[in-house]
Write a protein that binds this ligand. Structure first.
Ligand code: C2E
Ligand code: MG
Ligand code: MG
Length: 483
């Protein structure tokens, strides 16, 4: 029906025949205006298929559109391209500038993505900072790799975030897959594999899906499941590598290094599983076990008359997680180990991920009486200003500097600078990965205090360390092998 104001209204009409009723003698029409209800229904239907923040199609509608495009591709000659776009560093913007700024950034990105494609293509949001572009099979469409490049370009333009008074620049990683015969699920899964690869290769790039990525992903998945089981079955053990005073040759401590006794693949080194443990957060229970076992062993050596400092590697996720301080406290209490015997090694990169949070965490750990070492120093991007703020006892200079020290003046100059820095800040320096006598000699010339490396000892099992401690004990003074 047309309303007096000219608008059309959706109505429901009920007609009742009362012609035989002497009081009425006619037909009664009851009319309800349903416009508001219809509008609400329409709104709800829209909401069910669109993302509330950006108003882009959500996962359900993306799947539906992809289905339709694939059907069209099969009827014609084209293919459908799916691009998974994931913003690099979105979490950082959200965490540091606030959610209002994060929302504004996502809205801007949504608009820019839409500007890159044509009307028949679909831009959707999967949630978080993940977007999808579906490119229509129309053969006149622009090639998908060009679109991927354009996406990188438009996202690279600075974004104003008035909420925070800041301008930020974001980059994205893009996984690209092309489909025709397969299912929607396969197409999107392939794009996801490619995205994973793009992120792994470093950010701000796009990667086209290849079948080998699926195999790698399956391997990774299998390893993940096995790792999950390994935690329950306690398939891990520790080796210990001694560290030395470079002038007295005394053992200054040992570093606990994890190994996985894999039921089929044999003994695996940390590089083969620690990255996966970090991604899946299994590093938290694994790290807890390492801490417990290392402290138990250190206490046992102490009791047997070979007191020796114990270093344990702590990963970025362990540091970021709330329970670390309690874990350390509990393990120290259980083992009865003197806290000063324990050193926690944290890589420079882990510390730099969130400097303010790391400072707070380190201070809390330090308050327990343990020592702190920065591992792989020189490979991250520390600023000296921060180094002063961290309560650090030891800098472990990364192996990459030591390997060049005997042959390269530049490497030697870096060591000499780091040693001087340590002296100024009252931090001990320890050189990692000493393999050759010439390297040792050079480090002694530079007055680096401690060292670790195959030249002295490889990582050893418990009896190996015990032999070592006894041999060192007899070789040097009885007070040897103290931290
Ligand atoms: P890292 O903490 O820097 O440990 C030193 C690594 O260098 C060890 O490798 C050690 O075997 C190796 N290394 C020592 N001396 C030499 C040398 O002279 N030459 C060469 N080429 N290598 C030497 P590993 O045991 O394979 O451990 C690798 C990394 O895995 C460690 O580096 C550490 O970051 C991580 N990791 C080991 N155990 C744990 C653990 O329990 N928890 C965590 N979160 N990470 C661990
Ligand atoms: Mg270490
Ligand atoms: Mg290291």
């Amino acid at each position: 029906l047309r309303h007096r104001d000219g608008s059309k209204r959706a109505c429901e009409v009920h007609a009742t025949n009362l012609r035989d009723d002497p009081a009425w003698e006619g037909i009664v029409l009851n009319i309800w205006d349903l416009s508001e209800r219809k509008a609400l229904e329409e709104r709800l239907r829209h909401q069910a298929f669109h993302d509330a923040l950006t108003d882009l199609p959500n996962r359900a509608l993306i799947l539906d559109r992809a289905e339709i495009m694939l059907a069209r591709a099969r009827r014609g000659s084209g293919t459908v391209a799916a691009l998974f776009v994931d913003l690099d560093g979105f979490k950082h913007v959200n965490d540091t500038l606030g959610h209002a700024a994060g929302d504004r950034l996502l809205e801007t990105v949504a608009g820019r993505l839409q500007s890159v494609v044509r009307a028949q293509d679909t831009v959707g949001r999967l949630g978080g900072d993940e977007f999808v572009l579906l490119l229509d099979p129309d053969p006149s469409n622009i090639p998908p790799d060009l679109i991927a490049q354009r996406v990188l370009d438009v996202l690279h333009q600075p974004v104003d975030l008035p909420e925070s008074g800041r301008t930020v620049s974001v980059s994205a990683s893009i996984g690209l897959a092309i489909g025709r015969q397969g299912s929607v699920d396969e197409l999107l899964r392939d794009a996801d594999f490619a995205l994973y690869e793009a992120k792994r290769q470093g950010r701000a790039s796009y990667v086209l899906f290849e079948a080998s990525m699926q195999i790698e992903a399956q391997d990774r998945l299998a390893l993940e499941e096995e790792l999950q089981r390994a935690v329950g079955l306690e398939q891990f053990f520790l080796l210990y590598q001694p560290t030395f005073d470079l002038y007295t040759n005394r053992v200054t401590g040992v570093e606990a290094l994890i190994r996985w006794q894999h039921p089929a693949r044999g003994v695996l080194a940390p590089d083969a599983f620690i990255p996966i443990a970090e991604q899946t957060r299994l590093i938290v229970p694994i790290g807890r076990w390492v801490l417990q076992e290392a402290c138990r062993q250190a206490a046992a050596w102490d009791e047997a008359g070979h007191p020796v400092g114990m270093s344990v590697n702590i990963s970025a996720h362990q540091l970021a997680q709330d329970g670390l301080q309690e874990d350390v406290e509990r393990v120290l209490a259980q083992s009865g180990l003197d806290p000063a015997t324990l050193t926690l090694e944290i890589t420079e990169t882990a510390l730099m991920l969130d400097i303010d949070a790391a400072t707070v965490r380190l201070k809390a750990l330090k308050a327990l009486g343990v020592r702190i070492a920065i591992d792989d120093f020189g490979t991250g991007h520390s600023s000296l200003a921060y180094l002063r703020k961290f309560p650090v006892d030891t800098l472990k200079i990364d192996r990459s500097f030591i390997s060049g020290i005997a042959s390269s003046d530049a490497a030697a100059a870096i060591i000499s600078t780091l040693v001087a820095l340590g002296k100024t800040l009252n931090i001990e320096t320890l050189a990692e990965g000493i393999e050759q006598p010439a390297q040792l000699e050079k480090l002694q010339q530079e007055h680096c205090g401690q060292g670790q490396g195959f030249l002295f000892a490889r990582p050893l099992d418990v009896p190996g360390i015990e032999d070592f401690l006894e041999a060192v004990d007899t070789r040097s003074a009885p007070t040897a092998a103290i931290r």
